[in-house]
Write a protein that binds this ligand. Sequence first.
Ligand SMILES: *Cc1c(COP(=O)(O)O)cnc(C)c1O
Length: 360
Amino acid sequence: MSSVLSLIRLDLRDFAGYKSARSEALRGDVWLNANESAWANPADAEGRSRRYPDPQPPALRARLAQLYGVTPEQLLVGRGSDEAIDLLVRALCVPGQDAIVVTPPVFGMYAVCARLQGARIAEVPLVDGETGFAADLDAIREAALAQGAKLVFLCSPSNPAGSAIPLDAIAALARALEGKALVVVDEAYGEFADSASATTLLAAHANIAVLRTLSKAHALAAARIGVVIGDADLVAVLQRCQAPYPVPTPCADLALDGLSDAALAQTRERVALVRSERERLLPALQRSPGVRRVYPSQGNYLLARFDDAERAFRTLLAAGVVVRDQRAAPQLGDALRITVGSPSQNDRVIAALDAQEQAA
Ligand SMILES: *Cc1c(COP(=O)(O)O)cnc(C)c1O
C-alpha cells in the first residue's frame, strides 16, 4: 500500500463504489446481466454502442499510457480532466473541513469543484514579475501547511497566465508536503510547452498527480477524454469514486483513432505550427496600438493587457473575432486572452487591432 492513500478521506478508504455489470470477469456468450437490448439500434450499424462499455476501455487506456510514458494502472480515463479534478477533490477533501490551494488568476474548475464539495479554498496569487506571472512556491508550501490543505493545484503551463513551473520546484514542493498533501499538476497545455512533463517526477514522488487531456492539442474537446496520472493505488481509489461507465464507446473509438501514429504525427505538426505562430503573434500584438503588455506563453494562447480592454474586446468582436475577456479575474482587470489560431486567423487579430488606431 502506498503512503499517498493516507491522504484519502478516512470514510472512503474501504469504499467499494458501484459494482457494475462490467466489473466482474465473467465468461459466457449470452449476456443477459445488464438489461441491454438484444438488438442494435438502427443508427448503430455495427452494434458498437449496444452494450455498456468497459469502465476503462483497455485499448484506449493502454494507448494513453504509452503516449504519456506511464503504465495503464497509473492512469484513469475520464470525461475530460474536469472530471479528474472533481474526483480528486471529492476523494481527498472532507466537506466543511479540508482545503485546497489554488494560484489565481487560474483556471476556474479547481475552485468550482471545491465549492461543490464544501472544501475551503486557500488562494496564493501568482506574482506578476518582469518575466511574467510566476507561482510563489514558498508561499504555496506555507499556505498548504498552515491550512492543512489536502490538494495543491498547480497549472503548468498556467491558464491564463501562460507560465510554466520548473520541475525541480514542483519536486521540492512535493517533498515538503509528503504525507500531507497531493500536488496536482494540470498539464492541459503541456504539448505546447518547452519543459518535460511532471510525469517524470512520479517515480520519486507518490504525492504528485498529473492531469492531461485530449481537448486542446489533440483537437478532441467534444470527445471529453482526459486523464489523471499518478500512484496506482490512488488511481484505483479514484476509479471507485467515478461514475460506472464514464467513457462512451463512440468517444473511446474516436480517441483511439485520434491517437493513431498518423494522427499523432499531424497533431505534432500542428503543435509546432501553434508554437511558431505564438512567437510571431507575441511581438506583433506587442506592437499593436493600445496594447500595454503581452505575456510570454507556454500554452496555445497569449494573455495581453490593454489601455482599454473593453474597446479592444469590442473592436475584435466587430471584426468577428471572439477572445476571452479576463477582466473579472484577479490582477487581470485590463486583460484579454487570445487563443493562437491558424495563421490567417491570427492575421485577422492583428489587422483588427491595428485598424483600431486609424479609427481613433
Ligand atoms: C481546458 C482546461 C482543462 C479542461 O480540460 P478537459 O479535459 O476538456 O476537461 C483543464 N485544465 C485547464 C488548465 C484547462 O485550460
